[in-house]
Design a protein around this ligand. Sequence first.
Ligand SMILES: [Zn+2]
Length: 144
Amino acid sequence: MPLNLPSQPGTYCLVFHCSTSSPVTIGKLGTYQIKPGYYCYIGSAFGQGGLKSRITRHLKINKRHHWHLDYLRASLTPLELLYSTDTMKREHQWAELLLKDEHSNIPIKKFGSSDCDCPAHLFYYEVKPRLEFFIAKSLIITDD
Ligand SMILES: [Zn+2]
């Protein structure tokens, strides 16, 4: 079933599940042992095609690694998309909210945050998180 992704610009949080432990090399960030659990990746898409084209790319497993997520993508199953079509870029704000969450951990320092001061835009949860930190719409990608 095709997802009804919005083509407006906006901010997003993709929730993934990982079922196995495996070493993954994330470009210049190095090699990390990825643990089973849940991963939340935060970004924004204010370029052409908006959220639709960015999320479509993130949902595919790309052989060409452009984003940090491309390196990790094959180890993850996408579960849910949370997004906002607010014209304000909220990725750093959302990352800060997840950073402050007592249940989150940073699995890979500076993942997805090369261009900003955030410690990371990727957060790890042992238990599936209830993401009620930010105002967002939700699309279920896969039933976990
Ligand atoms: Zn940031």
